[in-house]
Ligand binder design. Structure first.
Ligand code: AMP
Ligand code: TRP
Length: 327
């Protein structure tokens, strides 16, 4: 029996090379080794205000990009969270077993709510319970996530253990897996900030659907320092980030890359990097265009994805209700 892996991605903003190098590529790689379920988490997206038309389009775009990046829906399962209503239902039940104190410790809520102030929704506070439901519905063993999500996975573990100790063995206790090699890609305009889905800083991220010219312009304008030496050196975040992106896409050794650019200028590195990124994204972009040429195609794939995972979700929820004495 293969181990079960579950992970989720929000259909908000544009997917960028940070998401690709830090998460998606890893998801593609592990699909043959593990029984993988990848979920487009639209219910998480609405914890902050979303435009309905944009949200609907983004759900399909993100799913399409996952598949175009190499996730094979015949091997892994790709589905939309709101298509399987058990996620919402289990969230409510889990809420009843999560002490407020656990939730209050969640650092991401503190950060996100500071930005939103009094407009912050109750659901944003409850976000980790929904994430726990996502994970626990499918008897998940491992959850590959970024460092920022580790605390949420730990909450899922805690509530699984708590429920099991009250009612007997019900949930598989999951663990977070933080990819060690998954590089942290920084913003091109400001290499001290993580590359993120930020609309306010258009020069920050290279999006997976950016045109070749957009990619070239963003890289040529990337912030560097005034030194000359081309070295992997974290104390020089700008140049280090460009070299890391080069390394991640070409899979060359660091010494090889440093030797290649020895004595050359930053403009040479930027030009060559731009072409590497354009060429690396080109197959993803053309697969994406093929996949979305018929707008119904993605919908069919997503309906099949939901159909594949639903029986497991139904079974878990039925067991939980039985344990609690509902119905
Ligand atoms: P987010 O864009 O924050 O929803 O993250 C989706 C996934 O992409 C998570 O697994 C993150 O850890 C990963 N990710 C997001 N931004 C970066 C980045 N700049 N570098 C590496 N991985 C990232
Ligand atoms: N909260 C995660 C993020 O923003 C996305 C997510 C939702 C998720 N449910 C999940 C990740 C379950 C892993 C497992 O990145």
């Amino acid at each position: 029996m293969k181990k079960r892996v579950f992970s989720g991605i929000q259909p908000t903003g544009d997917l960028h090379i940070g998401n690709y190098l830090g998460a998606i590529q890893h998801w593609v790689k592990i699909q043959h080794e593990y029984d993988c379920i990848y979920c487009v988490v639209d219910l998480h997206a609405i914890t902050i205000p979303q435009d309905p038309k944009t949200l609907k389009a983004k759900i399909r775009e993100v799913a399409g990009l996952l598949i175009a990046s190499g996730i094979d829906p015949q091997i892994a399962s790709v589905f939309v969270q709101s298509h399987v209503h058990e996620h919402s239902e289990l969230t409510w039940i889990l809420n009843c077993y999560i002490p407020m104190g656990w939730m209050r410790r969640m650092t991401q809520f503190k950060e996100k709510s500071q930005k939103q102030r009094e407009e912050v929704s109750t659901a944003l506070f409850d976000y980790p319970a929904l994430m726990a439901a996502d994970i626990l519905l499918y008897n998940t063993d491992e959850v590959p996530v970024g460092e920022d999500q580790k605390q949420h996975v730990e909450l899922a573990r805690d509530v699984a253990q708590r429920f099991n100790s009250i009612y007997g063995e019900t949930f598989t206790v999951p663990r977070a897996v933080i990819a060690k090699t998954g590089a942290r890609i920084m913003g091109l305009d400001d290499p001290t900030q993580k590359m993120s889905k930020s609309e306010e800083q258009p020069g920050r991220a290279i999006n997976l659907l950016d045109s070749p010219d957009d990619i070239r312009n963003k890289i040529m304008r990337a912030t560097t320092d005034s030194l000359r030496e081309m070295r992997f050196d974290e104390s020089r975040p700008g140049i280090n980030n460009l070299l890391v992106i080069y390394e991640q896409f070409t899979r060359q050794a660091r010494e090889e890359i440093e030797a290649r650019f020895e004595g050359k200028g930053y403009v040479d590195l930027k030009r060559e990097l731009a072409e590497v990124v354009v060429e690396s994204l080109s197959p993803v972009q053309s697969r994406y265009r093929e996949l979305t040429a018929d707008p119904q195609h993605i919908d069919i794939l997503l309906a099949e994805g939901a159909k594949k995972v639903r029986p497991t979700a139904e079974k878990t929820l039925a067991l939980v209700k039985e344990r609690v004495g509902l119905g």
